[in-house]
Design a protein around this ligand. Structure first.
Ligand SMILES: *Cc1c(COP(=O)(O)O)cnc(C)c1O
Length: 388
């Protein structure tokens, strides 16, 4: 007889299956930065966040391999015990310099960074204002903080102002939290306007730049779009996307970073990043700094695609094609796979109900003629589709 735990799991799965929301892991072999094999098919991937194809860059791979040979496969302990490899200080200095911040802290992943940073800075007497489309791990951090969490309408600065006007005075501190580049929509946060509001209401501003580092603002990220740094107090991001490695980071003032290193639970109670991930990230940063045309290339490719497909001009490497129901997104994804393209369907709860979509991520290595062919298929076979 099935026990109640199995019964629970089975009924939950049946419910998700009925709503076309059950997910399955597909084994995928990434051959290089763009081609993948899965399910017996070789596909050109528009679903990797490896925007500069650095996961497979010979110098990045060599740096990781050499670090494994010299330092071993893992960090061995939390950074506060014995896991603080000397490469981390070098990586943090490089990140702080790139982001024009006083200091930086590297975490095991971007998710761990957000789950650690927010509860360290915000507590039960504080106010959090979070964009409704902010990444799931920012919401996780917000919930762990036990502060008062207010969701604001996507990129709606007037709504942020209204919430601050009404609630700021009743709280000790206030933190505004947003993605710099929205991961499923590819649009950009109004960082300068949010920074001005933060200053006016004595609030702090945090931006998650997972999809900006390496590809926007000359490689410095979305806080540098205007050429000079937006007043973002907490610049968080990941080493797992354009950097092609693994790990998360925060760049901020020296006292804030000292506090994070003393108190962030996902740093204190989690094993340090493998040294090889830091070595790979350092080499990737060298490449990005040495080759500014490389950093500009993925957004240029995304824009070439949106022009050819009659979609609104891409603002980042990410282009959504919103189709509505989960089934429509799954069918469109399969249609593109038959044409040789891997474009994953994104369904709720990753995106709001009724906005299931294809999400395309453009990388430096995508051949222009394949981008043109994909645009033609989208124009002819997914007509009338508007990006958000
Ligand atoms: C991917 C992503 C993260 C998580 O980063 P990892 O290093 O993969 O854990 C955080 N925020 C945003 C916006 C992301 O897209």
């Amino acid at each position: 007889m099935a026990n109640s735990l199995d019964t629970f799991a089975q009924s939950k799965l049946a419910e998700l299956e009925a709503g076309h929301l059950r997910r399955r892991l597909a084994e995928t072999l990434r051959e290089d930065g763009i081609w993948v094999s899965r399910g017996g098919r070789r596909l050109l991937s528009f679903s990797c966040n490896d925007y500069l194809n650095l996961t497979h860059h010979p110098k990045v791979k060599a740096a990781a391999a050499e670090a494994v040979a010299r330092y071993g496969a893992g960090a061995g302990a939390s950074r506060l015990i014995t896991g603080n490899h000397p490469l981390f200080a070098e990586l943090e200095a490089r990140l702080a310099q790139l982001k024009q911040a006083e200091a930086a802290c590297v975490f095991g992943s971007g998710y761990l960074a957000n789950a650690g940073i927010i509860p360290t800075l915000v507590g039960p007497d504080d106010l959090l204002l979070v964009d409704e489309l902010a990444h799931a791990c920012l919401w996780a951090g917000a919930q762990l903080s036990r502060g008062r969490v207010e969701k604001f309408r996507h990129n709606d600065v007037a709504h942020v102002r209204a919430v601050l006007a009404e609630q700021r005075a009743a709280h000790d501190h206030a933190l505004i939290v947003t993605d710099g580049v929205f991961s499923m929509d590819g649009d950009l946060a109004p960082l300068d306007e949010l920074a001005a509001l933060a200053q006016e209401y004595e609030a702090w501003l945090m931006s998650d730049d997972a999809h900006g580092l390496g590809v926007l603002g000359g490689g410095r990220g979305s806080s540098f779009l205007s050429g000079k740094k937006s007043a973002v107090d907490l610049q968080m991001g990941t080493l797992s996307k354009a950097i092609g490695s693994y790990g998360g980071y925060l760049c901020a003032s020296a006292p804030v970073i000292d506090l994070i290193k003393t108190r962030a639970r996902t740093l204190v109670y989690s094993t340090g990043l493998p040294p090889a991930s830091a070595a790979a990230a350092l080499t990737a940063l060298d490449i990005i700094e040495a080759e500014p045309e490389l950093a500009a290339s993925p957004v240029a490719k995304a824009q070439a695609f949106t022009r050819a497909a009659n979609l609104p001009l891409a603002q980042s490497t990410i282009v959504p094609i919103v189709l509505g129901e989960a089934t429509a997104a799954l069918e469109a994804s399969e249609m593109l796979a038959c044409e040789g393209f891997l474009v994953m369907a994104i369904r709720p709860p990753t995106v709001p109900a009724g906005t299931a979509r294809l999400r395309l991520a453009f990388t430096a290595g995508h051949p222009d003629e394949e981008i043109a062919r994909l645009a033609q298929i989208v124009r002819e076979r997914l007509p009338g589709r508007q990006a958000r």
